[in-house]
Design a protein around this ligand. Structure first.
Ligand SMILES: [Zn+2]
Ligand SMILES: [Zn+2]
Length: 407
């Protein structure tokens, strides 16, 4: 994005945007009323699955990390598929989304900008503005969209027809499950996606931890830890303000970033490469890094057999109450107190920021992640031991998948 001239991002007026307002109101209205009368567990599962898919593959990977920031490379067909999935979120077309994002990025880095561009008003006022209105700047900066995107025929087609692009999935879902599937798989999905996008935007510019400061900027980004899984890693927004071009958003130990995990899996499959990371971003004189922690260090890759072996040995001995257990980790999403409450008095929870994952050492081996937590809880009494044993196979599977992306 180059600026042909700077313009002014402070002065402007808010006007009601009929298209934006009616689109959101219609989706949320149908979802609330129609969703009430057509509820079924199948429809709910469909809603969760389609919403998760469009947010992960579409919004996070397609629209944001690829189209807007070009933070990784992939085959053209995959780029188109991811961006098409991103259009399914229902926010706007790809070119419109790119323009909005770049205006915000540019404005938030200036010494001052309009409250709309930095989510600077009260919660309800911001909601009204972001979901129903648009900002007309008196002298908008001219921000050029890269020609290869602006001229792309597929993206121009999607830009003209982004609302109509909800028809193919709607027809398919109607054929599969009638109106309930359309209401839950299209209207509720769009309502939740668009509302969620605003909520995260609001909180990520007003509340949450900060590991970096961009000096002289109109607004700072904040890390909204609780929303990291729901947003597929997008809520590490303080990290994003610091390194806008990084393909990885969760940078520090304990910062879950599902979008990054999937990128690593795509890389393993030969479908993504040339990831840009903080170290590859151009140095910025205005950036202050407060966190003393290193960017999560790569861990020695363990074989599947070693992981399963360590979990089996540790669970056998600890469930038989032999040996002490010290649970270590960054304790970001699960606090030390919470871990202590779950696992009981026999387990010590120790904050060790240099460990990027929840883990304990046992018999010369390290057990990480969910299995580590389950075994710790299992040492409490016979009942928790039984529950831990039942859940261990599933937790081990999760850990095996996770160990593949930890490199
Ligand atoms: Zn921001
Ligand atoms: Zn961005």
């Amino acid at each position: 994005m180059q600026h042909s001239h700077n313009g002014n991002v402070v002065n402007g007026s808010m006007v009601w945007s009929p298209v934006k307002s009616l689109w959101w109101s219609a989706m949320v209205g149908v979802a609330l009323v129609g969703g009430w009368f057509t509820f079924s567990w199948a429809a709910l599962v469909l809603f969760l699955a389609t919403t998760g898919t469009v947010l992960l593959f579409g919004h996070s990977l397609g629209s944001h990390r690829k189209l807007i920031h070009d933070s990784f490379a992939c085959p053209k067909w995959l780029e188109y598929l991811l961006v098409y999935t991103g259009v399914q979120v229902g926010l706007s077309g790809p070119l419109g989304l790119l323009a909005q994002h770049d205006l915000r990025d540019h404005a938030q880095r200036q010494p001052d900008c309009h409250d709309y561009l930095r989510h600077g008003r009260s919660f309800w006022k911001d909601g009204w503005w972001q979901l129903h209105c648009e900002l007309r700047l008196d002298h908008p900066p001219r921000l050029a969209v890269p020609a290869h995107i602006a001229q792309d025929r597929f993206y121009r087609f999607l830009e003209r027809t982004w609302m109509l692009q909800q028809l193919p999935p709607a027809l398919l879902l109607y054929a599969l499950g009638g109106w309930p599937f359309v209401i839950w798989g299209v209207c509720a999905r769009i309502g939740a996606g668009v509302t969620g996008h605003w909520l995260i935007g609001y909180f990520a510019h007003n509340h949450g931890a900060m590991a970096h400061t961009v000096e002289g900027a109109a607004v700072q980004g904040h890390n909204v830890a609780l929303a990291s899984l729901l947003t597929m890693g997008e809520s590490w927004h303080n990290n994003h303000h610091a390194y806008p071009g990084s393909a990885r958003l969760g940078l520090y130990p304990g910062e879950w970033d599902p979008g990054w995990w999937v990128l690593v899996l795509l890389q393993r499959a030969g479908l993504a490469w040339n990831f840009r990371l903080p170290a590859d971003c151009p140095p910025r004189a205005e950036l202050r890094v407060h966190a003393a922690l290193p960017i999560a260090l790569p861990q020695a890759h363990k074989s599947w057999r070693a992981t399963v072996g360590a979990i089996a040995t540790a669970s056998r001995q600890l469930l038989a109450r032999r040996g002490q257990l010290v649970l270590e980790g960054p304790f970001v999403l699960l606090s030390e107190q919470a871990a202590h409450c779950l696992a009981g008095a026999g387990v010590q929870a120790q904050r060790t920021p240099l460990r990027s994952r929840l883990s304990f050492d046992h018999g010369g081996q390290t057990v990480r992640g969910l299995p580590a937590l389950l075994i710790a809880v299992g040492t409490r009494n016979a009942f928790t031991a039984a529950a831990a044993l039942v859940l261990l196979p599933l937790a081990t599977l999760c850990e095996l998948a996770r160990s593949q992306v930890d490199a």
